[in-house]
Ligand binder design. Structure first.
Ligand code: SF4
Ligand code: MSK
Length: 625
């Protein structure tokens, strides 16, 4: 199944770089995908198990061969166990990111991370109060030290439940408690998943999946929420600002430093180091007119939201950025970084710099990051990029023209302030039908979907039908590239949404941040539900991940649905090998948590499913329908 270049991406800049890759004989993720085809059917259905060394075992989906693993595990057990391990890995990724943010916060409070300081005092104090910390008469550092201690306890908690979940509407929290899925310690839930899926432990698909919901909740209302809170305290809560996006943000005359991955701890320092007079002088000596820091994936989203630094692209554009021949340094931390970058960067002058003590890749220059020397290390990294500028090979440079303006920075605080301080105007707009509902569209790119087609098509359909869209992660970047993150995009919205956006001066698609910032979406949903006196599952709202690929997305799906939001997946999760698990996820969960999943690869049909759901919820609330 060979695809033509124009079938691989809807983005013309990406297509141009795919042509360049072809001319230069460079291999990309699209080529490697073709070589994998046909992919393993057992894996796609989720019916293979390697959880002990009597295996690997696999179940014959046609009912002609083995119907049980060596130990007797059925397809239901194997599929459920595999799904639980995906959730555990996803929750671990988000939560370990959060832990590192808290540890930096702690060091800052002890004076051991001098490059960091508190940028949002109001948020520090309000969260400290929430965690029961008395703030009166204490310095910010003292409060921060106590808060860091309290937050760290959330990871290893052995008694009681997580504190952040108390932010959920009362009926939701009550439901989680009744179901026994209110999360306990963050690490505990993840460890328990690994224990339960060990050979011969939990062998009841429903029971296994309930642990999946609880672990997901420990991510969304635990790890991810803590990451967002601490990052806002340390780096500032995002406010609306303008920036630019797509491969065309790379500069011909400046030194291009790409920050890629997920954690803002280092990239915040890189943004600062790129303005250091000493490095700017060096850049000029090397023949450049400045230093251009731009992002990919969620590290990019973090610096975009807080500083307006441009974004080069989504997950599937990371190799294409290198192929421009204009990148002096690709600086990576953790998550969503393709190991292929090692080989690819060695074909260009690009330095591939890995910085996380946890994550190394082939052919990298290791410049390990430590908070105590944060700014110094950031300067060393930027210096390495600057010194690499003379190695740029002019004949190999081809930067696409495409560069799109966008408006970003819609934290919950920014949305409420745009609404005049309370969610009431939005609630009134929902009641009147001007805003028909809320659509949360998030998630990755997946090579199985034409790059950005699922994202952009679905979001356009939603806004056309007056659904206000909130977005994070790679969906946000895809929407930015398509021009949907501009107030002017209101022209593409239905009449009601158009009027609301114009009155408030906001885009019809609100960029709320990185993947961990889906926690912001949970909080705005809670604010709306509380104001209406209902549960989140009663809201005229629906979610989608049209091009998801990562295990983090599976954990996100688990907590979004457990929070009461119907969610449409655009790529098929590996569960179809079990009818019981599939039925549970797509139907029975409705009777448990008041929401379920649907799988719909066609973005038009996915939009229809979300709209039907919103219609039903409006009707149930007695709103105009
Ligand atoms: Fe096979 Fe059971 Fe071992 Fe899995 S746990 S590999 S199904 S014997
Ligand atoms: S970066 S997790 S590809 S959204 Fe958060 Fe994009 Fe998915 Fe990574």
């Amino acid at each position: 199944m060979k695809q033509e270049i124009h079938e691989k991406s809807i983005d013309t800049a990406s297509q141009a770089m795919l042509w360049k890759a072809k001319e230069e004989g460079m291999e990309t993720v699209w080529d490697r995908y073709e070589k994998q085809l046909p992919q393993c059917g057992f894996g796609q259905l989720g019916v293979c198990c390697r959880n002990c060394n009597m295996g690997p075992c696999r179940i014959d989906p046609f009912g002609e061969g083995a119907d049980k693993g060596v130990c007797g595990a059925t397809a239901d057990i194997i599929v459920a166990r595999n799904l639980l391990r995906m959730i555990a890995a996803g929750a671990a990724a988000h939560s370990d990111h959060a832990r590192d943010a808290v540890l930096t916060f702690k060091k800052m409070s002890e004076g051991k991370a001098g490059s960091y300081r508190i940028r949002d005092e109001t948020k520090l104090l309000s969260i400290a109060l929430e965690y029961g910390i008395a703030v009166e008469g204490k310095s910010c550092e003292e409060v921060a030290a106590e808060l860091a201690h309290a937050l760290l306890l959330e990871f290893g908690k052995q008694d009681g439940n997580l504190l952040c979940t108390k932010r959920a509407p009362g009926p939701r929290l009550k439901l989680w408690t009744e179901l026994g899925i209110e999360p306990r310690g963050i690490d505990r839930e993840i460890v328990e998943c690994m224990h339960r899926t060990h050979m011969g432990v939990d062998n009841n698909a429903t029971h296994i999946l309930l642990q999946g919901l609880r672990t997901g909740l420990s991510d969304g209302w635990g790890g991810s929420m803590i990451a967002t809170d601490v990052q806002d305290i340390l780096f500032g809560t995002p406010q609306p600002r303008r920036s630019t996006v797509n491969l065309g943000v790379l500069s011909r005359e400046k030194i291009n430093v790409i920050v890629h991955g997920h954690e803002p701890i280092l990239s915040e320092m890189i943004v600062e180091a790129a303005e250091d007079p000493e490095l700017l002088k060096l850049a000029q000596e090397k023949g450049a007119i400045g230093i251009n820091v731009a992002g990919i994936c969620c590290t990019g989203n973090e610096t975009l939201m807080r500083h307006g630094t441009p974004i080069v692209g989504t997950f599937l554009q990371q190799e294409l950025a290198v192929i421009t021949g204009a990148v002096e340094a690709m600086v990576v931390d953790v998550q969503c970084v393709m190991p292929s970058l090692g080989e690819l960067t060695s074909c260009y002058h690009t330095k591939f710099i890995s910085t996380s003590p946890k994550a190394d890749f082939p052919n990298t220059l290791r410049m390990e990051f430590h908070e105590d020397r944060a700014y110094e290390i950031a300067k060393e990294i930027v210096r390495a990029a600057v010194e690499n500028f003379p190695n740029r090979i002019p004949e190999k440079v081809n930067i696409p023209e495409e560069k799109q303006e966008c408006m970003v920075g819609f934290s919950v605080e920014a949305i409420l302030s745009a609404l005049g301080g309370s969610p009431d105007p939005l609630i009134e707009a929902i009641k009147s039908g001007a805003v028909w509902g809320i659509g949360a569209v998030v998630g990755c790119n997946n090579i199985k979907v034409m790059h950005n087609h699922g994202h952009v098509t679905l979001v356009k359909e939603l806004i056309k039908n007056n659904v206000l869209v909130v977005t994070t992660g790679c969906n946000a970047i895809a929407c930015a590239e398509a021009g949907l993150l501009l107030p002017e995009a209101a022209e593409l919205a239905g009449d009601g949404l158009k009027t609301v956006c114009k009155a408030l001066g906001i885009p019809p698609v609100l960029h709320m941040g990185s993947c961990v910032d889906i926690s912001r979406i949970l909080l705005i949903s809670s604010a709306l539900a509380n104001r209406l006196g209902v549960d989140i599952s009663d809201l005229p709202a629906a979610a989608a991940a049209p091009e998801w690929m990562s295990e983090k997305a599976v954990s996100i799906g688990a907590y979004v649905v457990s929070s009461g939001v119907f969610t449409v997946l655009g790529t098929v999760p590996p569960v179809l090998g079990s009818q019981a698990v599939t039925a549970l996820l797509t139907k029975d969960l409705n009777n448990v948590v008041g929401a379920s999943f649907a799988v719909e690869p066609d973005p038009f049909k996915a939009a229809d499913l979300m709209l039907e759901h919103i219609d039903e919820k409006r009707k149930a609330l007695g709103l105009e329908s």
